[in-house]
Write a protein that binds this ligand. Structure first.
Ligand SMILES: [Zn+2]
Length: 328
């Protein structure tokens, strides 16, 4: 893989290519954007281009086949460090080891590249150690911090890095990629892309869960308010690997179903449905709803998702949602 194979993100890639070409590299970059959106991929292609033995720096892209490119792909290049959180957090030992590694010149490459994924998941005292490194940048070294929540980073760290923003990828781009590169059929690709929050990685990650979520039941029972069963939703979520995350996913699916009801009601264009395979059920359910009440319920659902994401008690949040829905 090289820059030209990365899905989307043309603006960040253009910025990085220009910096390489003009020899105007920053000592440290901060890649900002949602989790799974492709920040690490781009950081690795950047490291490959900088160290490519086939003139990658001059061409502005790596050759993808020289010894250096291969070593970086196989995570065997001594000058390209990728630091991932161990468990939930980046640990003290990892940051200290990084400092030690950076004290030496690059072994074989032109540039040492240190990629710190999830830089926003670090204890505050670790941030101070990192800050020291950023303040006295080692020679021939580029440090790339990846983060999805910049407000969790110290302002002093933010001010030391050149920020590069990664936007969510457009749904049609992810959908086409799923069809052309991953062999999905059109309907499933569109559904996954719509629920991916602009991240191709997430679209792939959620495929199993989405297949397991009983969307017809969600539509007729939950949205149709036939059987108000929080227990049922909880039991679906429990049968999936990560309870809270999956409950959120179920709510996100419910949100797209509500959205489809709005589309059928307001635009009457079934081609625009996310759940086009459920067209008949969607049309049937839509009959019972008025447009304002649909929009109102979407808003309540959205607020419930936000609350659960922010660690609210899931049972209470769901009960409040159901109550509010039942009131219309
Ligand atoms: Zn190469």
């Amino acid at each position: 893989m090289s820059f030209k194979d990365v899905l989307g993100h043309s603006r960040p890639i253009e910025l990085l290519k220009r910096a390489i070409k003009n020899e105007k590299l920053a000592h440290s970059y901060l890649f900002l954007g949602n989790e799974g959106i492709g920040k690490k991929w781009v950081a690795l292609q950047f490291a490959k281009t900088l160290n490519c033995l086939e003139g990658g720096a001059e061409k502005g892209d790596s050759c993808d086949h020289c010894l250096s490119c291969k070593k970086i792909d196989d995570q065997l290049h001594p000058d390209v460090l990728v630091i991932e959180p161990e468990g939930q957090m980046i640990k003290a030992d990892q940051v200290r080891q990084m400092q030690k590694d950076l004290a030496y010149r690059p072994y074989e490459g032109q540039h040492r590249v240190c990629i710190l994924t999830a830089a926003d998941r670090m204890a505050p005292n670790m941030s101070n150690i990192l800050l020291k490194t950023l303040e006295e940048p080692p020679l021939h070294t580029v440090i790339i911090l990846l983060a999805s929540h910049p407000r969790l980073l110290l302002p002093t760290i933010l001010s030391r890095c050149q920020p590069i923003r990664f936007n969510p990828l457009p749904i049609p781009l992810i959908s086409t990629w799923l069809i052309d590169q991953k062999g999905f059929d059109e309907k499933e690709a569109h559904l996954l892309a719509s629920l991916s929050e602009g991240s191709a990685g997430k679209a792939l990650e959620i495929q199993e869960e989405i297949r397991q979520i009983p969307r017809e039941e969600l539509l007729t029972d939950l949205l149709g308010l036939k059987s108000l069963s929080i227990e049922k939703m909880e039991s679906w979520a429990e049968s999936l690997p990560s309870h809270r995350e999956n409950l959120i996913l179920i709510l996100e699916v419910a949100k797209t179903l509500l959205r489809d009801l709005v589309v059928v009601k307001a635009v009457k264009d079934s081609k625009k449905l996310i759940h086009s395979d459920l067209l008949e059920d969607v049309e049937k359910t839509a009959v019972d709803w008025s447009l304002p009440s649909l929009l109102n319920r979407m808003e309540v659902l959205h607020q419930t998702t936000l609350a659960i994401r922010a660690n609210a008690n899931t049972k209470l949040a769901l009960e409040a949602m159901m109550l509010s829905w039942a009131e219309g």
